[in-house]
Design a protein around this ligand. Structure first.
Ligand code: AP5
Length: 215
């Protein structure tokens, strides 16, 4: 099964994608996670992407398309994947379609997680991510047992550099102008669109997604 998770920054794609990956037994692939890891390790990809990410802009397609080719061709994605955070532009969507087509696959469904803008700004100000294992918390809704420390691995919890309010508002605009139109792109192409209200407890959102996927 190949699924796309669409939704504004902070809608809960990463949170839902991680649970869904376990339930469905297919990997979640997130371009944002791959890019942040590259920035942390100071690789060439990270150096090229960092300024765009810090400004809340999309990393240019010419950089992302190579990355998408690599991850979709990887053995771990051989039986399908949950695509979190990509495609984000029409060029990326076309590339994903062509790559899957060559592998004899197609997008089975697009899950759109919908959350109002003001909720998102508050969520993002409370997000903390483990610097070691990547587990995501929220100081308001999903706090760790000990402040600043990951429950799973004891790593230090960090705030993302692009989670400042002004940057979040810019990322929301970029989502609306560039990525949201992909819903229509897929609708026109006959791909099932599953709209999920995301402003509810995490477990309820997950149940709705599974119901929509007939699981
Ligand atoms: P990326 O990492 O993809 O960020 P994003 O799309 O902006 O999404 P987020 O990771 O911010 O949010 P999310 O929806 O995963 O929410 P989460 O589950 O964490 O991209 C970052 C940057 O990288 C981009 O701006 C761009 O520069 C670049 N980039 C990445 N991919 C690219 C691409 N394909 N092309 C070009 N550039 C690219 O949840 C958020 C918070 O809310 C957490 O604290 C969580 O605990 C909490 N929460 C989640 N669900 C709930 C709930 N139901 N109730 C209460 N709290 C909740």
């Amino acid at each position: 099964m190949d699924l796309i998770l669409l939704g504004a920054p902070g809608a809960g794609k990463g949170t839902q994608g991680a649970i869904l990956a376990e339930r469905l037994g297919i990997p979640k692939i997130a371009t944002g996670d791959i890019l942040r890891d590259a920035v942390r390790r100071d690789t060439e990809l990270g150096r090229r992407a960092k300024a765009f990410m810090d400004a809340g802009e999309l990393v240019p397609d010419e950089i992302i398309l190579g990355l998408i080719r690599e991850v979709l061709a990887s053995p771990e994605a051989a039986d399908g994947a949950i695509l979190d955070g990509f495609p984000r532009t029409t060029a990326q969507a076309e590339a994903v379609g062509e790559l899957l087509n060559r592998l004899g696959r197609r997008i089975d469904a697009v899950i759109v997680i919908e959350v109002p803008g003001d909720t998102i700004v508050r969520r993002m100000s409370g997000r903390r991510t483990c610097s070691n294992c990547g587990r995501v918390y929220n100081v308001y809704t999903e706090p760790p047992e000990t402040e600043g420390v990951c429950d799973v691995c004891g790593g230090e919890l960090m705030q993302r550099s692009d989670d400042q309010e002004e940057t979040v508002r810019h990322r929301l605009q970029v989502y609306q102008s560039t990525t949201q139109p992909l819903v229509r792109f897929y609708e026109t192409g006959g791909v099932p669109i599953r709209r999920i209200p995301g402003d509810r407890p995490i477990a309820e959102v997950q149940e709705s997604i599974l119901r929509e996927l007939d699981h």
